[in-house]
Design a protein around this ligand. Structure first.
Ligand SMILES: *Cc1c(COP(=O)(O)O)cnc(C)c1O
Length: 374
């Protein structure tokens, strides 16, 4: 086979991504090595996925052990790793029931379908409105881009599913004015990730919970980015004392192996009764064995480290900012931290990253999400 390079990407791949010129071929902890053997510090973390670093020995062991036993059964059978992972997840959270799938978008798809179905089962067909928030991100499937708070993501893909209303995030008045008996669910990220690291205020989350209870709407927390220790708690809702009805988790859950889950209560789960929803790979033994190892690693000591490093990063970023005055705001929870650039640098995040990469003593690869943030 001809040696592949970044150029090969343009020849044989759909152009929906624009990857870096280097191709990482191996990784260990925070480092990756490219095709020439050059070492880099990986600041991208697989976009909030490799929370335990590359090739963690505990995850390799879990994967190798399971690989020699059983790879796939399909949902004709259940399997031990899936059941054990579900026991762990329900033991560690508010949830009593778990649905497994393979990606964040799929977990949100399941959550949104469940909310619609629950309203259909208990109320009437008019109760189908889904409320979500500007700059929220929930995935790239048609339903999840519709619920997402960026109209650009829907451009060219219409018609999209109906019944979705977008409101400003952290705006209690707008929420109260909109949420009604027609609302079947409110979906939000406790800290908006891709939208620019915008934490919900505690008052806002309490107000959403209250309004949902008043009007029998379900509260869905998309914790695909905030989950599995990223914010210093296992799930971000644990910072706020607000418990959702449905929670979605993915990204760091598999530490790099594709796995996702939707968590909910026994009562709500009843609406996804036999035959209503499914996924061929959901609950795959390899994925669940790895996720089990990830959850076991994400213990009190690790969460404590996240909080310690949060303090260190905020302190050092603040110190840098005193010297260079580039950030309007430095914010976030745990290791989900965003630095908003001052007005004069708006839209230049990519330029900042590229300059710092070329001037840095260490080689590294970095990632920024929203245009105004690094
Ligand atoms: C990444 C992300 C998703 C989508 O997950 P995929 O695995 O890419 O489908 C959904 N919601 C949030 C908050 C995310 O950060």
């Amino acid at each position: 086979m001809k040696k592949v390079t970044r150029k090969t990407f343009d020849e044989v791949m759909v152009p929906n991504y624009n990857p870096q010129t280097i191709i990482p071929v191996s990784g260990k902890g925070a480092y990756v090595w490219d095709q020439t053997g050059q070492k880099y510090i990986d600041f991208t973390s697989g976009i909030a996925v490799n929370a335990l670093g590359h090739c963690h020995p505990a995850l390799i062991d879990a994967l190798e052990t399971q690989a020699k036993k059983l790879w796939h059964t399909g949902n004709i059978f259940t399997n031990e790793p899936a059941l054990e992972l579900a026991q762990l997840l329900t033991g560690l959270t508010f949830a009593e029931k778990v649905f497994f799938c393979n990606s964040g978008a799929e977990a949100n798809e399941a959550a949104l379908k469940l909310a619609r179905k629950y309203a259909h089962d208990h109320y009437n067909h008019k109760k189908h409105q889904i409320i979500s928030f500007y700059s929220g991100f929930h995935g790239k499937s048609l339903f999840t881009v519709t619920v997402g708070g960026k109209p650009e993501s829907r451009r060219g893909f219409k018609p999209v599913p109906g019944g979705v209303v977008h409101l400003p995030f952290n705006d209690i008045d707008a929420l109260k004015a909109t949420l009604s008996e027609k609302t079947c669910a409110v979906i939000l990220e406790p800290v908006q990730g891709a939208g620019g690291v915008i934490p919900a205020t505690a008052d806002f989350l309490h107000a959403v919970r209250h309004a949902c209870d008043q009007h029998n709407a379900l509260m869905i927390f998309d914790e695909i980015q905030t989950g599995v220790g990223r914010t210093g708690k296992l799930y971000a809702y644990m910072h706020y004392g607000v418990v959702p009805d449905i929670l979605t988790t993915a990204k760091a859950l598999g530490g790099g192996f594709p796995v996702a889950a939707m968590l909910t209560t026994t009562e709500i789960a009843k609406s996804l009764h036999f035959g209503t929803h499914g996924s061929t790979y959901g609950g795959n033994p390899l994925a669940c064995a790895v996720a089990k190892a990830v959850l076991k690693m994400t213990d009190a000591a690790l969460l404590n480290q996240v909080s310690k490093r949060h303090k260190f990063l905020i302190q050092e970023l603040t110190r840098l900012n005193k010297k260079y005055h580039v950030f309007k705001d430095i914010r976030g929870l745990g290791l989900l931290i965003g630095c908003e650039l001052n007005e004069q640098y708006a839209g230049k995040a990519r330029f900042f990253l590229q300059t710092s990469i070329t001037q840095c003593r260490y080689r590294y690869i970095a990632y920024y999400s929203a245009t105004h943030y690094i």
